[in-house]
Design a protein around this ligand. Structure first.
Ligand SMILES: O=C(O)CCC(=O)C(=O)O
Length: 214
């Protein structure tokens, strides 16, 4: 079954998100069929734009592998963190799939279209340290995150470093909106529960983040 705009609109109408320090957490936003359909889209993205393991500007390999769809992808290497219009191998990124766009339209409350769908791939032991998403030009637009596969312990803190944080296990099909006062909140994934979901036979977690870049 394909996930459609009307499915997404229904989910928004019927439920209310949890609030985690200003981040809106839509638990169970995508049902199992919608998750499988999205996985097909992500596999097509990965065929067109094979994932890479980025290194930090200091040359340290990140534990998460990445690829992207849309006008921009986000990369990190010795040259720094930045959005780029081509995959490191030189080709433009594939288009953002309509099913992914439908999620943005349902929850973002933003009139602009996403220009980047970053795909983060978490294998066993992968994590993402607390950081802010601040390489975008317009902080009036939220970042929308979609979780698939194994559960991930998502942590949200503050717009400045330090201070209290709160965490939630994100499960396959959950959607998070980082907008408003949470747009510049530090956030990260402390760990995943490897093989906790049946969606990916090989285990692991996939996270999509949709962003307006310009
Ligand atoms: O994997 C996640 O849930 C968060 C991803 C993230 O923080 C990012 O891509 O900036």
């Amino acid at each position: 079954m394909a996930f459609s705009q009307s499915d997404a609109t229904r989910a928004v109408r019927e439920g209310a998100p949890l609030d985690l320090r200003g981040a809106q957490v839509w638990q169970g936003f995508l049902d199992a069929a919608a998750q499988r359909a999205l996985l097909d889209d992500i596999r097509a993205i990965m065929r067109a734009a094979p994932p890479v393991q980025p290194v930090t500007p200091r040359g340290r390999p990140m534990s998460v592998c990445m690829t992207a769809a849309g006008r921009f992808g986000w990369i990190s290497d010795r040259g720094g963190y930045r959005y780029v219009e081509t995959h490191p191998a030189g080709a433009p990124w594939p288009a953002i799939p309509p099913r992914v766009r439908a999620i943005w339209d349902a929850v973002s409350g933003c009139g602009r279209a996403p220009e980047c769908c970053l795909v983060n791939l978490y294998g066993e032991g992968a994590r993402m340290g607390l950081h802010q998403d601040r390489d975008e030009a317009d902080f009036g637009c939220p970042v929308v995150s979609v979780s698939l596969g194994d559960a991930g312990l998502f942590r949200v803190g503050n717009t400045t470093r330090g201070g209290p944080t709160e965490s939630i296990w994100l499960h396959s099909g959950d959607v998070v909106v980082l907008g408003g006062r949470a747009r510049l909140a530090h956030h990260g994934v402390d760990r995943i529960r490897f093989k906790s979901s049946q969606l990916l036979e090989e285990g692991g977690r996939i996270n999509l983040t949709l962003r307006v870049v310009t």
